[in-house]
Design a protein around this ligand. Structure first.
Ligand code: 8X3
Length: 255
């Protein structure tokens, strides 16, 4: 069903971004992949190209950096002028501390990546989608954007911004065939917490203790589904949590 479609995925070398790239490849979607660590998946890329007979181009891009974003779009092959799916996945949480204890530099990185980076990429792709009168933007938000929690206030604020930006773009595009979806996952066991705790694996593991967390594949499957709906069907938001999670902080853990 998605054969010959074209997708741009940011943050494509790990977690939800990687699994979405892999699942899209398996569904014969041509891929434009951005990541800060794109070399990490260069073997996968070569394998997917051959196995699924698709075009893949990958670039080292830090979405926080506007000139890098502008440069990569300048040198892109015109093949990518009609992207069908933009998956704005690049994002991260840094630290779990009160506002007064949090590192300001961590705030800058979260705001620059999760909000500004998403906007920079969207600003480049949206005019092409409008010109072609087709497309679908899939933003990766979070339950953190729905239910604020202590010690993660700035991260929560960035994901609330993703929700607002998704809503706003959806309003601006109401008279077009372009869809906007905000995916809001809860506990997903990826390197998310390892990044948040700056490599402290023990702290990171604790986040997923006593609960069967979601996997990045679970989220990739939802992304594939929202991308597979009929042209008149727009999935606006998906909030997806493990069965034993009810809000960002209400979690039942088995001992
Ligand atoms: C990730 C989920 O609950 O750790 O966005 O904020 S949570």
């Amino acid at each position: 069903m998605l054969t010959n479609k074209k997708a741009l995925i940011t943050g494509a070398s790990s977690g939800i971004g990687y699994e979405t790239a892999k699942l899209f490849a398996q569904n014969n979607v041509n891929l434009l992949l951005f990541s800060r660590n794109i070399d990490k998946i260069k073997n996968d890329i070569e394998e997917w190209k051959i196995k699924y007979n698709i075009k893949i181009e990958a670039f080292q891009v830090d979405v926080q950096n506007l000139s890098i974003v502008n440069n990569v779009f300048e040198k892109l092959d015109s093949y990518w002028d009609d992207i069908d799916f933009l998956v704005n996945n690049a994002g991260l949480a840094l630290g779990l501390e009160t506002i007064e204890k949090q590192d300001v530099n961590d705030w800058e990185i979260m705001i620059d990546t999760n909000i500004k980076g998403l906007l920079y990429i969207t600003k480049k792709v949206l005019p092409l989608m409008k010109k072609n009168n087709k497309g679908h933007i899939i933003n990766i938000g979070s339950v953190a954007g729905v239910w604020t929690y202590a010690n993660g206030v700035v991260y929560c604020a960035t994901k609330a911004a993703v929700k607002t930006i998704s809503e706003g773009i959806r309003i601006e595009l109401v008279d077009t065939p372009i869809k906007v979806t905000n995916i809001q996952p809860g506990l997903v066991e990826t390197n998310f917490s390892i990044t948040r705790f700056k490599g402290d694996n023990i702290k990171a593991k604790k986040v997923y203790e006593g609960i069967e967390a979601l996997t990045a594949i679970d989220i990739a499957e939802v992304i594939l589904w929202v991308c597979s709906t009929k042209p008149h069907v727009q999935i606006a938001e998906v909030t997806i949590m493990p069965t034993n999670q009810a809000t960002s902080t209400v979690v039942f853990r088995k001992n």
